[in-house]
Write a protein that binds this ligand. Structure first.
Ligand code: SD4
Length: 339
């Protein structure tokens, strides 16, 4: 009994010591003098302009969350094929937008199937900041946006989207094909193919070391009405963990959701993989699941760790991404799996 009391006393003393004594230097990770910040990375060559927008915030010492919102708003305003109101419609002819955003404190928000609103990413941020929820969809998302002061844009297709939709209606077949990204011309190429991929996802680390991410898209061209992809889903299209890093996805959303893609990449980084290795391993996982069908789809990840190291990996060739550590973005070709 006496010895048990003694043990308890000495354990308690030990614990108290632990609570007050500074941690031995050896127990701490080495201070990293080489943290690269601020830095921003985003998907596709659309990322070049988006990064420039983000840099206006980051370069003047601003907040990563503001940077990732401002940055992708540039792409939403460009109204290209696959982001914002210029995007290709669903199979019933409606443009429906998906977006999400996440900060360095696990705050997050998203919208899905949002119609007639120019900047879904800003509505996603309002969901995060002004509601107790993380995802609002469809009509409710539009009502919320309007209540928040966003204006309702006219319901019509851009001339390019109209042309692409009319072409698609001739067959009404949805069939993704390889190397379909980033088509310059929406009215040429395999129907249901070239229009499919161009989501903008952005990750930023600001001068104070705060990480944030954003993702916005019109989703898969000619999708079923009501279909939601990975892009508005925290953990699939985007994930941020300030202790580790952030990741985001582009490509065939169903196959990103299947492996909780962005979260998987972050968890792999937590286990010690570099951002590049983590992206590669997540892509390999998708390839293993899809087997022979992997060649019919594209998926790509980008990642940024808390030290400002970046990585990217795609299933197929054709994916590029933009990295900025100054006001001049660098556009890089991603490595890819299926040679
Ligand atoms: C989706 N992931 O809706 C989106 C599409 C995409 O580049 O990324 N396009 O599945």
């Amino acid at each position: 009994m006496a010895s048990r009391r003694k043990f308890l006393q000495s354990s308690a003393a030990g614990l108290a010591g632990l609570a007050t004594a500074p941690l031995a230097a050896a127990a701490l990770p080495p201070a990293s003098p080489s943290v690269v910040k601020p830095i921003v990375i985003s998907t596709w060559d659309a990322g070049v302009n988006a990064n420039k927008g983000a840099w206006k915030v980051l370069g003047s010492g601003g907040y990563a969350l503001d940077a990732v919102e401002t940055g992708v708003m540039v792409t939403e305003a460009e109204q290209g094929c696959c982001v914002g109101l210029g995007g290709n419609p669903d199979r019933d002819g409606y443009v429906t937008l998906d977006a999400c955003i996440m900060d360095e404190k696990f705050n997050c928000g998203g919208v899905a199937g949002l119609e007639r609103i120019k900047h879904p990413i800003s509505v996603a941020r309002r969901v995060m900041e002004r509601t107790p929820h993380v995802l609002i969809v469809g009509e409710g998302a539009q009502q919320f946006a309007v209540a928040q002061g966003f204006s309702l844009e006219p319901q019509h297709l851009s001339p390019d989207a109209k042309k692409a939709y009319e072409q698609w209606l001739k067959t009404s077949q949805y069939k993704p094909v390889v190397n379909i990204e980033n088509s310059k011309s929406r009215s040429t190429g395999p129907v249901g193919g070239p229009q499919n991929h161009d989501t903008i996802a952005m990750l930023a680390l600001d001068a104070q070391g705060r990480l944030s991410g954003s993702c916005t898209t019109s989703g898969m061209a000619f999708k079923m009405r009501g279909r939601v992809g990975d892009s508005p889903l925290i953990g699939s299209g985007l994930f941020v963990d300030p202790a580790v890093g952030a990741a985001a996805a582009t490509g065939q959303g169903e196959d990103v959701v299947r492996i909780a893609g962005a979260h998987t990449v972050v968890e792999l980084m937590r286990q010690g993989r570099t951002p590049q290795q983590a992206c590669k391993e997540a892509i390999e996982r998708i390839a293993a699941i899809k087997g022979a069908k992997a060649k019919d789809i594209q998926v790509a990840f980008i990642a940024l760790d808390k030290n400002g190291r970046t990585g990217s990996y795609a299933l197929q060739t054709g994916f590029n991404y933009a990295v900025s550590t100054t006001d001049t973005p660098r556009l890089l070709d991603s490595e890819f799996l299926l040679k």
